[in-house]
Design a protein around this ligand. Structure first.
Ligand code: NAD
Ligand code: ZN
Length: 355
C-alpha cells in the first residue's frame, strides 16, 4: 500500500452516460463517500460486460439511473469504510459486483436469493458502478479478493464468472456429461468454458467467426460449432455428443433471440436449458409436445448469491480458471462498446483505471 492510495481525492475520472443511448463523456466527477454500511473501493480494473451496453442503451424495461456511471466487475483496494463495516480493513482487496446491496429483510434475502430482492441496488444500473476510479458498495455484498489473486484477471469473475458458475450449477449437469455453451466466444462464454472444464463437464462451444473459434480451441473446447457457417446447427451440436443424443445442458449466453428458440431441438431428453443472455425484446419459445414427452427443463439464471461469489472466486484463486482478457485504459470504453455491438470481442475487455 502506497501513501497515494490512501489519500482520497475530491474529484476523479469517470465514464458518464448523461442520457439513454449515450454518448459516454470521459470527465471528472466527485468521489463518492461511503455510507455507514459501505466500503469505498479504489477501483484498479473493471471488466466490461454486455449488460453495461444494454444499460446505457436502455434495452430493458427496468429503469436505469441517468446520468449513469456503468460497470459492475470492479476490482480494487478498500480505501475507506463506514462505521458498521466489519468484513473489510483499509488496504484489503475487494470487488464490486452487479448486486451492490440488497434489503436483507425480504423473503428472498432471508433465503440467500439476494439477486431476487425487489429493492436490490444494481451497480452501474440503479447506482453508479465501476467505470470510475472510486466506487461504493455495501460491505456485506462486496467480494473479498485474496491478496495473491491478480486484480485484472479477477475482475471478470465478479459478474461473468459468478453468473456462469451459478448457471452451470442450476443446470444440474454432472461430471462426464456435455454442456452446449451458446455465445461461448464472448465474455461470459469464455469463463463458462473454464468453469465447465474445472467441474469435469465436456464442452460444445457455439459462436461465430474464426477469432472466437481460435479462442475456444485455446480454452480446450472439444467441438466448436460456428452458427454463421453451420448448415444444420441442431445436427452439428447433437453430432458433437458422444452418442449423438444431444447436450445434457445448454447455457444460453448469446445476445440474440434465435438460439433461445432453437435450444430445445438439440438438448438431450431430460436435459436442462439455462437462459442467461438478455437480448432485448426476446421471447423463449418451445414446442409443448417435445418439451413434455422429452421432459425438458427450461430455467432462467440471474447472477449468483454471495456464496456463489465466494465459490466462483475460490475456483479462480486455485488457478482453475484462465480466461483470456484484453486490457484497455478507462478512456477507451466507447471503442469497446462499438466492438461489443458488432460482436467482435473474443473474451473480455478489462479497463485499467488512471493513477
Ligand atoms: P458478449 O458480447 O461478450 O458475448 C455474447 C456472445 O454471443 C458473442 O460472442 C456473440 O458472437 C455470441 N452470439 C451472438 N449471436 C449468437 C448466436 N446466434 N449463436 C451463438 N452465439 C451468438 O456478451 P457477455 O458480456 O458475455 O454477455 C452475454 C449476455 O449475458 C448479455 O445479454 C448480458 O446482458 C447477459 N448477462 C446476464 C447475466 C445474468 O445474470 N443472467 C449476467 C451477466 C450478463
Ligand atoms: Zn455483467
Amino acid at each position: 500500500m502506497t501513501i497515494s492510495e490512501m489519500t482520497i481525492p475530491e474529484m476523479q475520472w469517470a465514464q458518464v452516460a448523461e442520457k439513454v443511448g449515450g454518448p459516454l463523456v470521459y470527465k471528472q466527477i466527485p468521489v463518492p463517500k461511503p455510507g455507514p454500511d459501505q466500503v469505498l473501493v479504489k477501483i484498479r480494473y473493471s471488466g466490461v460486460c454486455h449488460t453495461d451496453l444494454h444499460a446505457m442503451m436502455g434495452h430493458w424495461p427496468i429503469p436505469v439511473k441517468f446520468p449513469l456511471v456503468g460497470g459492475h466487475e470492479g476490482a480494487g483496494v478498500v480505501v475507506a469504510k463506514g462505521a458498521l463495516v466489519n468484513g473489510f480493513e483499509i488496504g484489503d482487496h475487494a470487488g464490486i459486483k452487479w448486486i451492490n446491496g440488497s434489503c436483507s429483510e425480504c423473503e428472498f434475502c432471508r433465503q440467500s436469493d439476494d439477486p431476487l430482492c425487489a429493492n436490490a441496488q444494481l451497480s452501474g444500473y440503479t447506482v453508479d458502478g465501476t467505470f470510475q476510479q472510486y466506487a461504493v458498495g455495501k460491505a456485506t455484498h462486496a467480494s473479498n479478493i485474496p491478496k495473491n489473486v491478480p486484480l485484472d484477471a479477477a475482475a471478470p469473475v465478479l459478474c461473468a464468472g459468478i453468473t456462469v458458475y451459478k448457471g452451470l450449477k442450476e443446470s444440474g449437469v454432472r461430471p462426464g456429461q456435455t454442456v452446449a455453451i451458446v455465445g461461448a466466444g464472448g465474455g461470459l462464454g469464455s469463463l463458462a468454458q473454464q468453469y465447465a472444464k474445472a467441474m469435469g463437464v465436456r464442452v460444445i462451444a457455439v459462436d461465430g467467426g474464426d477469432d472466437k473459434k481460435a479462442m475456444c480451441e485455446q480454452l480446450g473446447t472439444e467441438t466448436y460449432v460456428d452458427f454463421t457457417k453451420s448448415k444444420d446447427l441442431v445436427a452439428d451440436v447433437k453430432a458433437a455428443t458422444p452418442d449423438g443424443l444431444g447436450a445434457h445442458a445448454v447455457i444460453l449466453l448469446a445476445v440474440s433471440e434465435k438460439p433461445f428458440q432453437q435450444a430445445t431441438e438439440y438438448v438431450r431428453s431430460r436435459g436442462t436449458i439455462i437462459a442467461i443472455g438478455l437480448p432485448p425484446d426476446a421471447f423463449l419459445k418451445a414446442p409443448v409436445l417435445n418439451t413434455v414427452v422429452r421432459m425438458i427443463s427450461i430455467k432462467g439464471s440471474y447472477v449468483g448469491n454471495r456464496q456463489d461469489g465466494v465459490e466462483a472466486l475460490d475456483f479462480f484463486a486455485r488457478g482453475l480458471i484462465k480466461a483470456p482478457f484484453k486490457l484497455a485504459p478507462l478512456k477507451d470504453l466507447p471503442k469497446i462498446f462499438d466492438l461489443m455491438e458488432q460482436g467482435k470481442i473474443a473474451g473480455r475487455y478489462v479497463l485499467e483505471m488512471p493513477e
